[in-house]
Design a protein around this ligand. Structure first.
Ligand SMILES: Cc1cc2nc3c(=O)[nH]c(=O)nc-3n(C[C@H](O)[C@H](O)[C@H](O)COP(=O)(O)OP(=O)(O)OC[C@H]3O[C@@H](n4cnc5c(N)ncnc54)[C@H](O)[C@@H]3O)c2cc1C
Length: 446
């Protein structure tokens, strides 16, 4: 490998970080995982990405591609392989003012995007955390604060520039390489390295954002009322309900309804939000008008050795009451996982399930359970978690790749229904027949 690395060094314009160098200690980590890669490459240009891909393929080394590094399974690092960290490719440029078209480097974070677009009165339907990467979040979905009005982050993506496994640069859009464009919208990192995304942004300045909290004892009624309200509420309202927050008392923690009303008209906002205030005994309410960029929070980096195990599923309309009933019970149990239930539906459901490789369009809700702690604690909680998921199994479907620590074949089958997987396999065969891009919820070329 060392001679290949010397050859790479000749033309590579970015950083090459190897064990023993001062920067290696931080470069080897992604946010939720640590590894011991043979080297970390930080390309400074698309040409560097091509060179990095050629180097990893030629050396036969395992390849991790790191965007924002927030992936739960820790695909952004590895042992003994190559990491291509896209952090330097974070340029954000408005390319068409009239059509609100924005070009974003494949290693940018959503906080950088929000800060760059705010002065232009624009925002993109993304996520809720500044440090999360545009790459990972978009390629697998993107459920954020504008999801009911504008859909997933990938629904606002109009083109991508991709370095494929053979080192070629390919553009994908509805007109150019449309099958690759279909696959990139949900297929995760399977198809290549996206060096730049193009999105349509949405005119936005201030929005109503905050949370309304109710006592834990009222969780069951609040959750049912919340889900009923969202069915008819204006799509400007997007919301997440959380239960059993371990930092706020676990089973005793208030049930919190977090929300964004995507607009600055106080009367319209009140019409959408007041029915939530009437769902129970309000113990806290900090909903306020604020700049849209301020709705994103800073992410937490857990200390080394602390694992975060998250699992997700979708809920169709007919199963909503039963699932929320079970989740309220689980939240009140002795050692509950942290539970977050996100409203989807709206604009997400208006896109046909076959239009993108993200297929779970029919769901009304997506929820996650998360346990955290040192390995023995997480292992000890596993049987209880499995019992919870066994109770839920007949009422839920699929899995959302962006909130899924595990990456077994069963998990991949939950993310991709059979017809989606088959179509993805065909695109994978064309663009990555040797499965160079395997550190993801992997679609096998064969
Ligand atoms: C604190 C926190 C908050 C979150 N909030 C939300 C939320 O509000 N909504 C939501 O939908 N999700 C959310 N997520 C989940 C998040 O979308 C996923 O963790 C996602 O994988 C993170 O992307 P990343 O680029 O930061 O991670 P990485 O670990 O860098 O990448 C994840 C995967 O994407 C691939 N990848 C990344 N960039 C590229 C690229 N440019 N080209 C090709 N492949 C690439 C990687 O190879 C890897 O397989 C959150 C996660 C955390 C930890």
């Amino acid at each position: 490998m060392s001679s290949a690395l010397e050859t790479l060094r000749r033309d590579f314009g970015g950083d090459i970080i190897e064990p023993g160098e001062a920067e290696y200690e931080s470069a080897r980590r992604s946010v939720l995982a640590s590894g011991s890669p043979a080297c970390v490459l930080r390309p400074g240009s698309v040409g560097d990405v091509q060179a990095g891909v050629g180097f990893a393929a030629g050396a036969g080394l395992s390849l991790s591609v790191r965007g924002g590094g927030h992936g739960f399974p820790g695909f952004g690092t590895n042992d003994d392989g190559v990491v291509i960290d896209l952090g330097k490719l974070a340029n954000i440029e408005i390319v068409d003012k009239d059509r609100h078209r924005v070009r974003i480097g494949g290693g940018a974070t959503w906080g950088q995007v929000a800060a760059a677009l705010a002065p232009h009165g624009l925002a993109i339907s993304s996520g809720d955390t500044k440090s999360v990467g545009v790459g990972g979040l978009t390629l697998a979905g993107g459920i954020g604060w504008k999801v009911r009005k504008y859909g997933l982050a990938l629904d606002s993506m109009v083109a991508a520039e991709v370095v494929t496994a053979n080192g070629e640069v390919v553009r994908a859009s509805a007109e150019e390489n449309p099958e690759l464009f279909w696959a990139l919208r949900g297929g995760g990192g399977n198809l290549g390295i996206v060096t730049a995304f193009e999105f349509t942004a949405h005119p936005t300045t201030d929005v109503f954002h905050g949370r309304i909290a109710f006592p834990a004892s009222e969780a069951a009624g609040v959750l049912q009322g919340w889900a009923d309200h969202l069915r008819t509420a204006p799509e400007e309202l997007t919301s997440i309900a959380t239960l059993a927050n371990p930092l706020a008392g676990g089973p005793e923690a208030p049930v919190e309804i977090h929300m964004v009303f995507d607009g600055d008209d106080p009367e319209l906002a009140a019409q959408a939000i007041d029915p939530i205030r009437r769902l129970g005994t309000v113990i806290d309410d900090d909903v306020a008008l604020k700049p849209v960029a301020d709705t994103l929070v800073d992410g937490l980096t857990p200390p080394p050795g602390i694992l975060l195990v998250t699992r997700s599923a979708f809920v169709d309309r007919e199963s909503v009451p039963e699932v929320l009933r079970i989740l309220a019970e689980v939240g009140a149990s002795e050692r509950p996982p942290f539970i977050a239930v996100r409203s989807v539906g709206g604009a997400v459901s208006r896109v046909p399930g076959s239009a993108t490789a993200y297929a779970h369009r029919q769901a009304e809700l997506m929820f996650t359970t998360t346990t955290a702690g040192p390995k023995p604690v997480v292992e000890a909680a596993r049987p209880a978690m499995e019992a919870i998921w066994a109770r839920l199994a007949s009422h839920v479907n699929g899995a959302y790749a962006n909130f899924l620590t595990s990456a077994t074949e069963e998990d991949v089958a939950a993310i991709y229904p059979p017809e989606t997987y088959e179509r993805l396999t065909a695109v994978k065969r064309r663009y990555d027949p040797g499965n160079l891009f395997a550190r993801n919820h992997n679609v096998r070329p064969q």
